[in-house]
Design a protein around this ligand. Structure first.
Ligand code: 5GP
Ligand code: ZN
Length: 114
């Protein structure tokens, strides 16, 4: 996807503050953080949203959650707690059309959703 913002970040055509990277996934700081910790985790492969995840992507998604767990530990929010959010589609409030998981923490988040 040549004009996808997060593909460009994955390919380092657009700079970002990378906190984790391997061959398949990348984690970088959100440009407009809503909490002291606000990291975005993406597959490097372009998937539009959760709706695009296929059976062949199960290991990839598992890898993203393994990275979330490890980052939470490294950033010392594993014990205090954190939130993982994936906005999907228009009603879900998804703005960037490349699957991403928000890792948010470092303060007490408001209880509840929506
Ligand atoms: P969404 O609403 O699609 O779930 O979230 C998109 C997120 O991407 C927002 O939290 C927004 O701040 C972040 N974002 C948008 N553009 C950029 C960018 O160029 N760089 C980084 N690091 N984050 C971005
Ligand atoms: Zn993309």
């Amino acid at each position: 996807m040549s004009d996808c913002l997060f593909c460009k970040i994955a390919q380092k055509e657009i700079p970002s503050k990378i906190v984790y990277e391997d061959a398949q996934i990348m984690a970088f700081a959100d440009i407009n953080p809503v909490a002291p910790v606000h990291i975005l985790l993406i597959p490097k492969k372009h998937l539009l949203s959760v709706n695009d995840i296929m059976e062949e992507d199960e290991a990839l998604i598992g890898r993203i959650f393994a990275a979330i767990k490890e980052l939470a530990r490294k950033l010392e929010i594993a014990e205090s707690g954190y939130r993982v959010v994936t906005n999907t589609g228009t009603d879900g409030g998804q703005v960037v059309g490349h699957l991403h998981f928000h890792l948010i923490g470092g303060r007490a988040l408001r209880a509840g959703l929506g």
